[in-house]
Design a protein around this ligand. Structure first.
Ligand SMILES: *[C@@H]1O[C@H](CO)[C@@H](O)[C@H](O)[C@H]1NC(C)=O
Ligand SMILES: *[C@@H]1O[C@H](CO)[C@@H](O)[C@H](O)[C@H]1NC(C)=O
Ligand SMILES: *[C@@H]1O[C@H](CO)[C@@H](O)[C@H](O)[C@H]1NC(C)=O
Ligand SMILES: *[C@@H]1O[C@H](CO)[C@@H](O)[C@H](O)[C@H]1NC(C)=O
Length: 393
């Protein structure tokens, strides 16, 4: 486990927490489908693509299965497992549609977000599925861009556990050129090239300049998650970066990697501390940060800044690369400056980008004493951040 907690006594809480989460995700899609041999191929591929665990982790979900014949047609296309994962993830909806809901769609048509959309790999709105009630009680399924043609129809309900999981049968795989587009196998991924092309060129340069990129690349086969700050924030951060010692720079870069694979779904279901590649076994080099979820936002909180995941460059087990909107500053290298209350409700930044690339979105100003002055509805609060870890432990 990558979770590192402040105090070992808290591990009891962790155990309790794990016990509760195990109970709460009560469904097991593999088990549900195992009762129906005609879906055995679909079931096998849910496991092979690791979508099964993603489905089990979700609280509200609809799985559109196809029978072995329809899976045979799909497999005849000889797609890589990574492409198959995209195709199948288009058949998992992040919402609950039992037979009843399908036949009672408001205005007879709706768009629903799929796990393909959630991976961030779907271009534009290609990760949405259009469900439409048609003549004769038929329910059609197609991608959002469909020319009025529905490639797939509702056949029957397989199992419904309202409103946790609905497993239904569709006549065919939903045709989607976007989902069927070939995906490079992770081993073929050029991490530096990928980052450079997708908005994280400056961060990639820093990795190369320090030759730290090798440490990232070495982990790619066994599991790696990278959070790369976008170019603008890296550029603004450069003066601070150059101020660090060589070792400090290396630790800062390693702080942006986790030596393990975490899909967005896994990050969403996580709340707690996580070790990074900069973490060493020792007393004062924890270099961890905490992951917090509010709604659909995944936030990374160091004691100095809170960054948000703003996009996915790659999410193919065993590698995930996400874009973040701030440089992660470990408290081992920078003074703790802000407490991270959940104040997203305070509205957008009032142009507080002061050139450090680390200004918080919430109009906070920092002083130099490790304290923070925050303007809340016109009143001033001064908060001192000493053992923030205890709050989130
Ligand atoms: C649905 O999920 C909730 C928790 O997410 C669980 O408490 C409940 O028992 C589940 N319902 C059924 C019918 O399994
Ligand atoms: C779900 O069921 C499958 C098949 O019976 C089993 O191998 C797997 O361990 C189960 N998963 C969980 C999380 O219980
Ligand atoms: C779904 O597709 C049909 C056919 O192209 C279209 O008429 C309908 O407006 C679409 N529904 C939504 C919600 O976009
Ligand atoms: C660089 O370090 C010096 C000395 O600690 C400090 O005064 C200065 O503000 C730092 N510059 C930046 C950009 O952080």
């Amino acid at each position: 486990m990558m979770l590192s907690l402040e105090k070992s006594s808290i591990s009891l809480f962790l155990l309790l927490f794990l016990a509760i989460t195990t109970i709460s995700s009560a469904h097991n899609i593999s088990l549900i489908l195992a009762k129906h041999p005609e879906f055995s191929t679909f079931n096998r591929y849910l496991t092979l693509t690791h979508l099964a665990s993603e489905i089990n982790r979700r609280q509200t979900i609809t799985v559109c299965a196809v029978n072995n014949a329809a899976m045979g047609d799909l497999l005849d296309k000889h797609m890589s497992i990574y492409t198959l994962k995209n195709v199948l993830s288009l058949h998992v909806f992040a919402d609950y549609f039992g037979s009843k809901q399908l036949h009672r769609i408001t205005k007879g048509t709706t768009l629903t977000a799929t796990l393909f959309q959630a991976t961030g790999e779907a271009p534009g709105t290609s990760g949405y599925v259009n469900i439409t009630n048609m003549k004769g009680k038929k329910v059609g399924f197609a991608t959002e861009d469909n020319d009025g043609h529905f490639s797939s129809n509702f056949v029957k309900s397989i199992q419904e556990i309202p409103y946790n999981i609905s497993v239904i049968q569709l006549s065919n795989i939903i045709t989607s050129p976007a989902a069927e587009a070939p995906v490079a196998a992770p081993a073929d991924v050029d991490l530096i090239d990928l980052m450079s092309k997708k908005g994280c060129k400056e961060f990639a340069k820093l990795l190369q300049n320090t030759q730290i990129s090798k440490q990232f690349i070495d982990l790619m086969e066994n599991g790696l998650t990278v959070f790369c700050p976008i170019d603008k924030v890296v550029n603004n951060f450069l003066p601070k970066y150059k101020n660090l010692t060589k070792n400090g720079q290396i630790s800062l870069l390693l702080y942006h990697g986790i030596p393990d694979y975490h899909s967005l779904g896994m990050l969403r279901s996580k709340n707690g501390f996580i070790n990074t590649m900069a973490t060493t076994k020792g007393k004062n080099n924890k270099y961890d940060f905490s992951i917090k979820n509010d709604g659909d936002n995944v936030k990374l909180e160091t004691n100095v800044v809170t960054a948000k995941i703003t996009g996915t460059l790659l999410d193919e087990e065993p590698i995930a690369v996400y874009k973040i909107d701030k440089v992660l500053q470990p408290s081992e290298l920078f003074k703790s400056q802000s407490i991270n209350s959940d104040n997203s409700a305070m509205g957008p930044s009032s142009g507080a980008d002061n050139g450090d690339g680390d200004s918080n979105d919430d109009g906070e100003t920092t002083n130099n004493n490790g304290g923070m002055i925050m303007n809340v509805n016109g009143g001033w609060f001064v908060t001192f951040v000493l053992s923030i870890g205890l709050v989130f432990g």
